[in-house]
Design a protein around this ligand. Structure first.
Ligand code: MN
Ligand code: MN
Length: 327
């Protein structure tokens, strides 16, 4: 080892704290992470919130509101995604620095966990979807929601609330198209939110891309093709363009090796690394809201699925927060 170099390193780095860095971007990140007393918060301590963001009792004054939707009355097979928000809140140590965007999203926007959508009844799917829609309709203007489900039926009332003045584009990661029609006497279920949203005029199928689609539900893909959705591919940016766009991630889009904790797993899915790269390629889009859904913690003995869902939530927050440090 070069003795001069070693001496220089000793001079610069002996007895200085973790937040002493010279790179201007990292320095700004360190300042954003540091507490006023020079310490860092303990990631495993305190009352759990999404991404360890502050808790707020209302969305007033926020740029991004993180919202739990503990409702899974729309599942077709294994229930349990009602416990998803709790499981994702319990994941510690995601962020606050984003290595690809070189940003600390929570220092770019005012974001807080505003708790869960309140439901009138645990027994009625239709009533629960109404409750979600009115909750999102009552968010103050300018507040963009970032949500954790719940099963995928919850995205339909969100799209109804967000797309009522202008139909939205959609980036949709899933094993399933979720454009099925009614069965068992109900058009509301986690296999059909995007058909309903198109038919309601709140989702633009021409600006919708579905990624990761596979499995035995392929017999239900017709509506996606008939309505002009783009199924599969790396064309996401081109398809949604610059118009208002929503991002929805069903964790079953990922391979069950990475996300076993979900109600309708399908083998042969995205790897975690592929999915994160895909999300990170969406920087700069006009994102009006996002979600991650279908985390069912009772099938997740290692907590890997919750870990992945929390990371996805952080990716979505970083995308919605926009401008990277120094960018
Ligand atoms: Mn889905
Ligand atoms: Mn799915």
């Amino acid at each position: 080892m070069d003795v001069d170099k070693l001496n220089r390193l000793r001079q610069r780095y002996t007895d200085v704290g973790a937040f002493s860095v010279d790179d201007p971007t990292l320095k700004a990140a360190a300042l954003a992470v540091q507490q006023p007393d020079g310490r860092r918060t303990f990631p495993y301590s305190g009352i759990p919130t999404f991404l360890d963001l502050p808790f707020a009792t209302s969305a007033a004054g926020l740029d991004i509101a993180l919202i739990g939707i503990p409702m899974d009355l729309g599942v077709s097979n294994r229930a349990g995604a009602r416990l998803g928000p709790r499981a994702v809140r319990n994941v510690e140590r995601i962020g606050p620095y984003h290595q690809t965007f070189r940003s600390v999203p929570k220092s770019l926007v005012k974001a807080a966990d505003i708790g869960d959508v309140p439901f009138r009844s645990r027994y009625s799917l239709e009533q629960s979807l109404e409750d979600i829609e009115s909750f999102y309709n009552e968010l103050p203007a300018g507040v963009r929601p970032l949500s954790v489900g719940g099963d995928h039926s919850v995205t339909y009332p969100i799209l109804k609330a967000l797309g009522k003045t202008e139909p939205l584009g959609l980036v949709h990661i899933d094993a399933h198209c979720d454009t099925m029609g009614a069965y068992d006497g109900s058009k509301f279920h986690h296999g059909g939110p995007f058909r309903l949203a198109v038919l309601d005029g709140v989702l633009d199928p021409e600006r919708t891309i579905q990624i990761g689609i596979r499995g035995s539900s392929s017999m239900f893909w017709e509506f996606s093709h008939a309505s002009g959705m783009t199924v599969v591919a790396e064309l996401a940016r081109k398809v949604v363009g610059s118009g208002p766009t929503y991002i929805t991630v069903d964790v079953d889009g990922f391979d069950p090796a990475y996300a076993p904790g979900t109600g309708t797993p399908e083998v042969g899915g995205l790897e975690a690394r592929e999915g994160l790269a895909l999300l990170r390629a969406l920087g700069g889009l006009n994102i009006v809201g996002a979600d991650v859904v279908e985390v069912a913690p009772q099938y997740d003995p290692t907590t890997n699925t919750s870990q992945l869902a929390a990371q996805i939530l952080f990716e979505e927050l970083a995308l919605m927060a926009g401008r990277p440090l120094g960018g």
